[in-house]
Design a protein around this ligand. Sequence first.
Ligand SMILES: Cc1ncc(COP(=O)(O)O)c(C=O)c1O
Length: 393
Amino acid sequence: MRRDPLDYLATALQTLREEGSYRSLRILDGEQKALTSIDHRLVVNLSSNNYLGLTTHPRLRERAANAIRSLGVGSGSVRTIAGTMDIHMQLERKLAAFKQTEAAVVFQSGFAANAGTVSAILDREDAIVSDELNHASIIDGARLSRATIKVFPHRDADAARRILEALPGSQRKLLITDGVFSMDGDLGALPALCSLAEEFGCIMMVDDAHASGVFGRQGRGTIDHFGLHGRVDVQVGTLSKAIGVLGGYVAGSRSLIEFLYHRARPFLFSTSHPPAVAAACLAAIEVLEMEPALMDRLWANTRFFKDGLVALGFDTGTSESPITPVIVGDTALAMALSDRLFDKGVFAQGIGFPTVPRGRARVRTIVTATHTRDELQFARDCFRDVGTALGVI
Ligand SMILES: Cc1ncc(COP(=O)(O)O)c(C=O)c1O
């Protein structure tokens, strides 16, 4: 009988089980909401990126349903052949106006936007200077570009400066940071990095996946929050988190966007969004403009929940956003905390290596605009009880 050439994978999985870091997928029985049924249990959901509750917003539902009726369910092609529909162009124009740039291009996901852009605009002669906690899609894009990758310690602009000083002045350089870091909820060192980019002639790129819909006027992101319009050459965002749907985009100059139309591999080689996705994203940006109360509620809930965890004595790191990690160190402990919370009716995912560095395992929480105070108080009480029982606080 043929030996299974993949049997090393089963061994690797067994190791994960022994380390206590093996995860089964949690399954939503219904909609993605603040209070929902997961694995047949009603839980307060603190694990989604659905910051504003738009995944179930009536305006988005209606526009998506209308688009299905009038335009069908698929685009049928990649963008560069027959898969560019008028609604894709409408969305790109809307995003450019929202981000205050000349143009924007939509990708299938935020991951594709980052990886596709970094790998397209750089090549092996170039250098990438990147925050050590930047998202995996930036890292993969950097590797695909074959440029030299230089990593600076998290948010350390002085260290980034030392790296830039050591690189040849004539070399093309990309300086890149997340706007909001997804596992810690802190903000990138944007103002200092923008100044460095100007001083050293770098391309400045920010991944605002967790900031769009959360920071800045009407959710325009960290560039707007810090007043840096015109100083960031490449702005990436996702349509899959606060926007509530699916996709990613790059906003910037007309020539950047046209170049990506010609060279970004996910744009060239992967089918575009169904029209319903584009329609729902368009509706979401209208909601951001028309319903500022959603962002106000998101931030009020964030303060309430975060302050409660800190008062209980949890280590919430350096978070400045609705992402609040509860850092416990050991992966097995993080998973146990998550599991016991789930048994009590709170879903907050445990996260360990390789998503976060070894020794920095955590339970990550994200509140949304649509959580009620009672739900958040309940979740705080559960954290207190389980945290005490496990000796975390
Ligand atoms: C910082 C960051 N960038 C990019 C992405 C990728 O976005 P998407 O889920 O739309 O692919 C994520 C989300 O997973 C993220 O957290």
